[in-house]
Design a protein around this ligand. Sequence first.
Ligand code: G4P
Length: 534
Amino acid sequence: MSDLAPQVRRRRTFAIISHPDAGKTTLTEKLLLFSGAIQIAGSVKARKASRHATSDWMEIEKQRGISVASSVMQMEYRDCVINLLDTPGHQDFSEDTYRVLTAVDAALMVIDAANGVEPQTRRLLQVCRARNTPILTFVNKLDREVQEPLALMDEIERELGMTVVPFTWPVGMGKVFGGVLDLRKDQMRVFTPGEDRVAGTEEIVDGIANPSLATRFGAAYEQASGEIELVRDAAPAFDEAEFLAGRQTPMFFGSAVNNFGVQEVLDALVDLAPPPGDRAAIQRTVHPEEPKFSGVVFKIQANMDPAHRDRIAFLRVASGKFERGMNLKVVRSGKTLRPNTVVTFMSQKRELLDEAFAGDIIGIPNHGVLQLGDTLTEGEALQYTGLPFFAPEMFRMVEVADPLKTKQLKAGLQQLGEEGAIQVFRPVAGSVLMLGAVGQLQFEVVAHRLEHEYGCKARISPCRFQIARWVTADTGEGAAADERELNRFIDANSHRMAHDAVNAPTLLVEYAPELRAIESNWPKIRFHALREHA
Ligand code: G4P
């Protein structure tokens, strides 16, 4: 066992996935409260951005400083160090969210018990499924009149394609919500409404078959007992391997706003969620307990503090031990960094960090040295894979209103592109830059930031393209032949080819049939809707 093993094994790194309003903010705050990371409720909630105001970017901007600082929260609970990564709430930022999900080892899915599985949850879950991320499920808002638990369980199984294993089961709901039966500990935890209760003060009745429960909770208890019998017959037993492969999800019921069920979730994260595991790099697989440091940049945020025009690269430690002041090599560029002011994100404070282990997130302030997908090491040439970029679905042309500001526009777009806020394409033939996004809000954000952070008003106009595909060649005759074929393709299609921020050649077309025709005419060219940074 290496010296690092105890540190690695006590790390848990996860994100909450949910549809807006299911209770992610509330639950985040309660997790921090129950772990003792914050003392008073209300501090996380206060920072919640007005995410529904899609046109009102100014408001989001105002909140950005705070929301970014709390985008990673670290808490200690029992023997574990738990890193909770926030995912941007608005669906237009989903690309950013997908990348955050590449940095976690587990996800906590929050379902609003009244609404069941909602679209945003479904999308995020697909990303987790693609990566076999283990999922814990928290069904929230049992203090309201909601759907029947059996119906919810069925919906989750059908819609999300996972087997659900209930760990707790609700007795009643809404006005007659009595609490939950804990099927593993064989006890009932009785519900009392209120936000002030803390850990360990709940009333517990031993034995889920305890006759006093029937007397006290009447019909609600009878119904719950009947349902549990059904579930016990129908649902398979919890299987750790199935859970770790993302095929089985343990399900918990509660009410986050009433602090009810929160502690079970914390305990489940410690007991069930996996510590950091192996990570694939192009060259080899890296073990988290290896002594040498390595990590990967999964998110970049510019100008967090308007007073310092810095950018913060969020890096997930993949192996070894990070110490402040150590030399780090940026493998892509070969440059060396010696970050002295590294930040960690604890609750709302940015705090200086001295050491970090696999699973931890560190923030490295820099001026454009680091890009999304960059791997940092102590010297080894390693490149982690798997950071996804999705082909944009909306396109615009972008020009400066004042031609004297062309330089600022280029610099601004370069940085915003590297940050992942937008995708920027340089056409092979022509000089007008193009922007690609997955949501309309991204264009508004970019226009606003170009004006306020880079001092150039941009003119953003419609563009005829609707589909983008990254292209590579695969001739089966070696790299030189591939390159020739790719160049032949680019020359033949120069009127609809562009290069993105990392110079990857991209085909832009107007209609799906056009794409299909090109695909069948060029059998040795591969067309990719997803680019993994490499
Ligand atoms: P989100 O981050 O997933 O978008 O959700 P958030 O926590 O902000 O919760 C959305 C709404 O649901 C909030 O109400 C919150 O108080 C409420 N909520 C969260 N958990 C529970 C629960 O267990 N039971 C009930 N009944 N409500 C819950 P809001 O009216 O939008 O905001 P606020 O006025 O309460 O701040």
